[in-house]
Design a protein around this ligand. Structure first.
Ligand SMILES: [Ca+2]
Length: 320
């Protein structure tokens, strides 16, 4: 370990998941123990395949496992209508298949084993629906006390994106999110109210394109697609969701937060998946989450680009 913080990445890659993994790979003082894929942006077969290919192409080191392929309840919901059939569209180059087949073991069991191997130390960076985390807690009631924290990109303390009320990762598996939030695990919510503050724009794209090597070029092709989601062919500024959660894990001083009692609406016909944040704690509820409210924006953007530059252009610097 050499004193490095143990981290587990649970994700549905996904362009901004992939970017977050690259940031972790270049971050100081972090040891990424494993990656579990979950259904979310696309079906599990695609998010797993994207993670496996990314590991080969970018020279990443953490083992990649497949987790769960459907939410605890209800039908599978994906973002393929926005993000392309595999959840990872590009304006040009895409991740090529490589020799790594992925791990044969179950991602949920691998996550549980990692929690037991590092009691009180393991932080989970969760960047998709919380299905795998909920299944881990259902399978082993000790998981919440074994984890140091879950840092989740998901939810919102104001408006949603998948629906007016609900952010996508919360909407895709509300039962899982609510189970995790009520499990007692230390929980950090990096919701849309925060991520909408941290913008990537065509200037970041130009910077990425100025870096040498095929890895930066491929990521730039994906970023150009992402920046054109709202206006295809005309890249514009976009919030960069998952990397905010990665930054919170690496550099918590870049953000401010407040404690809250957070639950997830499971029944509302218009509000299913809404993360209802009661900030009047402890008067109206016991705090079960730390909700990020503000980002130091220029510093966050600078830190993100510095980590990406290291990950994409200094192969010898990749630790994870
Ligand atoms: Ca994601």
């Amino acid at each position: 370990m050499n004193g490095a913080r143990p981290i587990w990445l649970d994700a549905d890659p996904g362009f901004d998941d992939l970017t977050s993994w690259l940031m972790l790979s270049a971050a100081p003082e972090i040891e990424l123990l494993g990656v579990s894929a979950v259904a979310g942006n696309a079906p599990l077969a695609d998010t797993f395949e994207n993670a496996v290919r990314a590991r080969d192409f970018f020279g990443l080191k953490a083992p990649v496992y497949a987790g769960r392929d459907r939410p605890l309840a209800g039908a599978l919901v994906t973002s393929q209508h926005l993000l392309g059939p595999t959840g990872l569209a590009s304006v040009n180059r895409t991740l090529p298949p490589g020799p790594y087949p992925g791990e044969a073991g179950d991602g949920v069991q691998a996550l549980i084993a990692a929690a037991h191997a590092h009691p009180g130390e393991l932080s989970v960076l969760a960047l998709g629906p919380l299905t795998n985390l909920a299944r881990a807690i259902q399978a082993d009631a000790r998981v919440p006390e074994l984890l140091r924290e879950i840092v989740w990109m998901g939810g919102s303390s104001d408006r949603g994106n998948h629906t007016a009320a609900a952010e996508f990762n919360a909407f895709a598996d509300p039962e899982a999110a609510d189970l995790v939030l009520t499990s007692g695990v230390p929980f950090v919510m990096v919701g849309l109210n925060l991520t909408r503050q941290v913008i990537v724009d065509p200037d970041h794209l130009r910077t990425l394109r100025s870096w040498p090597g095929e890895r930066a070029a491929l990521l730039a092709d994906h970023l150009e697609f992402y920046l054109g989601i709202r206006s295809p062919g005309r890249p514009g500024p976009m919030p960069f969701h998952d990397p905010c959660a990665a930054l919170r894990l690496i550099y918590p001083e870049l953000f401010t937060s407040v404690p809250a009692h957070v639950r997830v609406e499971l029944d509302g016909t218009l509000t299913r998946g809404m993360t209802v944040c009661e900030f009047r704690v402890p008067a109206r509820g016991v705090a079960n989450a730390e909700v990020l409210t503000h980002a130091h924006v220029p510093e966050s953007q600078t830190a993100m680009m510095a980590l990406l530059r290291t990950a994409l252009t200094e192969e010898s610097a990749l630790k994870n």
